[in-house]
Design a protein around this ligand. Structure first.
Ligand code: ADP
Ligand code: MG
Length: 396
């Protein structure tokens, strides 16, 4: 059993399932010549966990049902000494011993939903295995557009003016919401509170369009955000690498879309060759903006990374008014498409080196966590047993 089994986790119940498969294939290719034993952990669209060599080949993903039959179901388990293994779960017979790999670290290559919102990160925490990227807090706040805005407001991070409401508010207070929207001023942008990849995001010019877009957004999420539209719009992204305490920023990029609002198609389906994922979308690197503007965005990106308690590599997206150069923070992607490797390549870091640094950060965080006192030797239950059940009253 190799000591350095690196589990590459991807897929998941997410609209960005396929994008995650592409990111994972890029990770496997970049680390092919590394010292790690690469173990795929693929979560299917229905949430089942699989492993096996067949999952390392992109061409096998054309037919997902047959991929599932050729791969092995698996799960995390704890062995007798408390180490975490990724173990096959279908081979339980006397003569077919399940394969198992002791987990050295997990590369989280999910995009969207439970893989990026802290849920899978929570599974890694429970199993006490090192993993790449942000922890539970940064991941979950980063995913929630409304909570992210509230955190920014409290920390003087520039954001667009907005209003947010739940479906029940929309049913009972629609007139008030429409009046507030009018005050914000059209055009407005409607977004589901928790999705990614521009799904359900719509720029609207008037009340009729707003109502339609809000109703569409509620098909995806129970919480909807309506914000002022920035125009003329220039989008600038910047990646940050490190920990909340110590991080650095990459060069900036300017993604280009066919329309003013980048759609799912612009991001992932343009540029042909799917294997390149995000890197194939049209973009200008370094962004064609003044050095002063680039520098102020890079500084702001590092500040936001820290504020969100992010870790590993993130991509921070900004909306810039192209006339006034006023900068607004739009969102943090705690697992950016293709790990933003194309931005770090321009900052003199290869994809392999970037991944190695991500793994190292995950290992260090894990060591720090385990180096702290996390449980107490005293057994409260044995003391309580002496006092009897009545002694439990008021205990907390
Ligand atoms: N306030 C805004 N003004 C103008 N365009 C916007 C605004 N917010 C978002 N957009 C456009 O919509 C796209 C998707 O919105 P975003 O908030 O990034 O959602 P997602 O999480 O789905 O990527 C952005 O890349 C940008 O093109
Ligand atoms: Mg976005």
């Amino acid at each position: 059993m190799s000591e350095k089994n690196l589990v590459v986790a991807f897929g998941g119940v997410s609209p960005e399932h396929e994008v995650s498969v592409l990111s994972a294939m890029q990770v496997l290719a970049a680390l092919e010549q590394s010292t790690y034993e690469l173990i795929p952990l693929y979560i299917s669209k229905s949430g089942k966990w699989f492993t096996g060599e067949t999952l390392k080949d992109l061409s096998n993903y054309k037919d997902l049902p047959s991929l599932e039959t050729s791969a092995s179901p698996c799960a995390f388990v704890k062995n007798e000494i408390g180490a975490t293994l990724l173990q096959e779960t279908d081979k339980t017979g006397l003569f077919s011993k399940p394969k198992a790999w002791q987990v050295y670290a997990v590369v989280c290559a999910f995009h969207g939903s439970e893989g990026e919102n802290g849920a899978f990160q929570g599974v890694c925490e429970m199993f006490n295995v090192p993993y790449t990227g942000s922890g539970i807090l940064g991941s979950s706040v980063g995913m929630d557009k409304v909570k992210a805005k509230q955190l920014c407001e409290a920390n003087n991070i520039p954001i667009t003016s907005s209003l947010d409401f739940y479906e029940s508010d929309w049913e009972t207070l629609q007139d008030t919401i429409l009046k507030e929207a009018e005050l914000l001023g059209y055009p407005l942008v409607v977004k589901p509170g928790n999705l990614g990849s521009s799904i359900g995001v719509k720029k609207v010019e008037d009340e009729k369009e707003l109502i339609e877009a809000v109703e569409t957004a509620f098909r995806y999420d129970a919480h909807v955000l309506v914000e002022e539209a920035i125009q003329p719009l220039m989008e600038i992204n910047c990646s940050v690498l490190g920990t909340a305490e110590n991080n650095r920023s990459s060069v900036c990029e300017r993604p280009l879309g066919d329309t003013e609002t980048l759609s799912f198609e612009d991001k992932y389906q343009s540029g042909g060759s799917g294997e390149k994922g995000m890197a194939s979308a049209d973009r200008i690197i370094p962004a064609d903006i003044s050095p002063e503007l680039a520098e102020s965005i890079r500084k702001l990106a590092m500040h936001i990374f820290k504020t969100f308690d992010a870790s590993g590599v993130a991509r921070l997206d900004f909306l810039v008014n192209a006339e006034t150069e006023q900068v607004y923070f739009n969102e943090i992607n705690t697992i950016p498409g293709s790990f933003s490797f194309y931005l770090w390549e321009k900052s003199e870091l290869s994809f392999k080196e970037l991944l190695e640094e991500l793994i190292e950060i995950g290992i260090k965080k894990h060591q720090t966590k385990n180096g702290r006192i996390r449980s107490y030797e005293t057994n409260l239950l044995s003391e309580k047993a002496i006092k009897g059940i009545k002694g439990l009253k008021g205990t907390k």
